[in-house]
Design a protein around this ligand. Structure first.
Ligand SMILES: [Zn+2]
Length: 380
């Protein structure tokens, strides 16, 4: 039993602590703070060394823009907004405030690039509708949709903007580049289960897709979606002291997430298929960014789609939300393999794309020179 004097001391210590916590709570309500002096000094040092005057990426990101989405609000079926870029106006300021790293500020500005983009003849992209990008390839008789975003509402809105500028043709195939939800969740905003069951639409995915997609989003779904709120901050107020950017895109959409099971799986390391008259070389790249993933090369268009194996934000090797840890060695091998096979000459980054442009010779992406091939960077 505790000695009465010690008990008394312990109790008064507890009451002191309680009182001081209560006082602290009164003085400092939970909320954003100003940058500390050490943060200010660190940001200032970064501003001095980063190539912030290089604006090439801003021009690259605008290339091929047909129509911007702007600050249109896309509503979800439940009557709440699924997506909007409103609230990011604070990013128009040229210089980053002390609360935001200057490199993140620049990246966050580039990630505001949005709308329908023409990549090259027959290849289009919808950017800034979600964390990920959606690509549309025009086949001989219809469309091939690659990565239909995270939720149906934004996917349908993206298709609507595409059809505003291009002929209304049926979707013949959907391709999920990998097992993360922002690359398949919007599928029912693009096609229906009935169309797939009737054989009118084929759905392509890498080997292991269903197991991994269900493991991450259903079995671990509750924990994962809760942690995703921490990782991407979609519920935080948008401000220089709040949610600024999510790296691959501005944030995640908040509409309905769906899945239609694939009808065709890519199982060999490299497979070539002709889908609606379009040749696609699939190369499996498991474990580097997602447990089931491939990159694609479209030889007729000289377009390389690196999906999320190569992006211009820091590669996410250990996702905070608890998705599977990635294998950096495999990742480096896939990058090197793609560089060896497709990287000869200059390979312009395709805009989406937002990113520091590597300038050294032989790099996967350079922003200059006349396009010979295109390199699509997906977002995650
Ligand atoms: Zn991903």
């Amino acid at each position: 039993m505790m000695h009465p004097l010690r008990l008394k001391a312990a109790l008064s210590a507890v009451s002191l602590l309680t009182a001081s916590l209560a006082a602290l709570a009164q003085q400092s309500p939970i909320g954003p703070n100003e940058a500390t002096t050490s943060t200010q000094a660190a940001q200032k040092a970064q501003r001095a060394v980063l190539p912030l005057l290089d604006r090439q990426s801003y021009a690259d990101a605008q290339r091929g823009l047909v129509e911007a989405l702007g600050d249109e609000v896309i509503m979800a079926a439940n009557g709440r907004p699924a997506w909007s870029l409103k609230g990011y106006e604070f990013l128009k300021a040229d210089e980053a405030p002390d609360t935001v790293h200057p490199g993140l500020w620049r990246h966050a500005q580039l990630n505001m690039t949005n709308g329908l983009f023409k990549v090259t003849d027959r290849v289009w992209q919808l950017r800034g509708f979600d964390l990920s990008n959606m690509t549309i390839i025009e086949g001989d008789s219809g469309l091939i949709v690659i990565d239909p975003l995270l939720s149906t509402d934004v996917a349908a809105a993206a298709m609507k903007l595409y059809f505003k500028h291009r002929p209304q043709r049926p979707v013949k195939a959907v391709i999920y580049s990998h097992s993360h939800a922002d690359h398949f969740g919007g599928v029912r905003g693009v096609v229906t289960q009935e169309e797939v069951d009737a054989g009118k639409v084929s759905i392509w995915a890498p080997a292991g897709f269903v197991q991994e997609a269900i493991g991450e989003n259903v079995l671990a779904g509750n924990a994962m979606s809760r942690r995703a709120l921490y990782q991407f901050g979609p519920l935080l107020p948008r401000s220089a002291k709040g949610q600024v950017d999510a790296g691959l895109g501005k944030t995640i959409s908040l509409g309905g997430i769906t899945l239609i099971a694939p009808t065709r799986l890519i199982e060999k390391p490299v497979e070539k298929h002709r889908i609606d008259g379009v040749d696609i070389v699939f190369e499996l790249t498991p474990g580097a960014e997602a447990p089931a993933e491939f990159i694609m090369y479209y030889p007729q268009f000289r377009v390389l789609n690196m999906t999320e194996i190569a992006t211009q934000n820091f590669h996410n090797l250990l996702p905070m939300r608890g998705a599977l840890v990635r294998d950096p060695l495999s990742w480096s091998k896939y990058l090197d393999g793609a560089l060896q096979r497709y990287g000869s000459g200059h390979l312009p980054t395709l805009p989406g794309l937002l990113r520091w442009q590597p300038r050294h010779p032989g790099s996967l992406a350079t922003g200059r020179s006349r396009p010979k091939k295109h390199c699509l960077y997906g977002r995650r």
